[in-house]
Design a protein around this ligand. Sequence first.
Ligand code: FRU
Length: 499
Amino acid sequence: MELIKNWTDALRYQPYCQWDKQYQKLLTETVNHSKWRQNYHIQAESGLLNDPNGFSYFNGQWHLFYQIYPMGPVHGVKSWYHVSSDNLVDWQPEGFALLPDMSYDSHGVYSGSGIVIEDELILAYTGNVRDQDWQRTSYQMLAAMNKQGEITKEDKPFISAPPKGYTHEFRDPQVFKYQEQYWLLIGAQTDQLEGKVLAYAGDTLEKLEFKGELHFTDQSMGFMVECPNLVFIEETPVLLFCPQGLDQEALDYQNIYPNTYIVAESFDTETLTLTQPTALKNLDEGFDVYATQAFNAPDGRALAVSWVGMPETAYPSDHEGWAHCLSIVKELKLKNGHLYQTPIKEQVELRQEQTALAGELTSQPAVLMQATNNCYEVILKFTAGSQGKLHLFADHELNLSLVIDFDTKNGMIKVDRTNAGSPFAQEYGTTRSVSIEKNQPLTLQLFVDQSVCELFINGGQQVATARIFPGEGEDGLVIEGAAGSYAGDFWRLRSMKND
Ligand code: FRU
């Protein structure tokens, strides 16, 4: 028996229970043998993981769900999988939460959000249905999780169809409370095939009324907007969303679809306007972030987690029966109107043995750490005027590595995966450039975990995330340069505890 290579629609939508047990065993064994499995990032046991869903705090614990197709590295019939945590870094598997088991979600329990109402965690999701001609119908559905962790789906949609003038590309409800009312934002498409975000409001989730389109830009948002997500950072509204088919004139991006955001002054509920919106920006400057979900936690923080993966893009781990992971949890902050994303304070719990690092940047490459095991955090502070290259996932000869090329004189960072591990997604470019303030000191904080690297620049002013699929022995951390010096720390990180 071999892993399936030619996925047909019939296979992708075959109910899980019809899958042969022997095949599932082979799949799990193949996944478990992968050298790219991560130690502290959330990943699916097998198959494909995509969007984070229902990120919330309920009954004294953090809850997170994700989109999963467990039978292979493809977008098949989706479910929600549940993980829970006491500290936002160690996540326990809780099993499948919402399965595609009713007529309103027969072809997938699609993305959505969670909100605590009284003593339940209410989950809002999109039921995806296809007819014989493969035409899509979307239903907005609710489910409730009680304090025992039991989940019950409601048997009828709470929004049964898109409003007149919009297609069934209508999904990813975000529910939240704002000024004593329940609000729902949802990704939509007009009959003229324009991407929009629609708003609903009401006194209860069951009695939501369609209010209209949310206004947050004058530009065209492409043909569809996925995963709209409004969070408030100290009262300031920040809208995260994923426009598909966005004109590259409107935003400089290279990924197939960008994950973008705007910061506004206020949310005017009368006119459905996010007032004084900033220009559209990339949430992540790297290669692999999409469908980020954030929520306002009861402790006052705005917490976010991203899908580290791209739609419609092949990844090397596909051959091993699995694809993608979630990012670490990031805290969103605003400083002078700019969005910062920082690793949460709890992230330090993973730190193990520490090594101090310091030196001059010279053209002779210096090995900072030979065998990192690709499971570490490193923070490096560079003096103003520094120019150099940090190599991660480096082989002995420095022929292969993920290169972080920094030039503080010209205010530029380039993340280059041209010669890093197994090549993939080259059609979307193999470098990403980030502008930084010129002639200033620079801080880089990196989280590396087997096949993923999350880079936080200058305390989270910018973030760049990249998947890398290194070969045997490609785990060196090396630095070289032309000018300046550095000082910092390296920590080996422990694995996530998940039992
Ligand atoms: C975004 C997305 C959502 C949809 C989900 C299906 O990645 O396409 O719009 O709900 O994935 O898995």
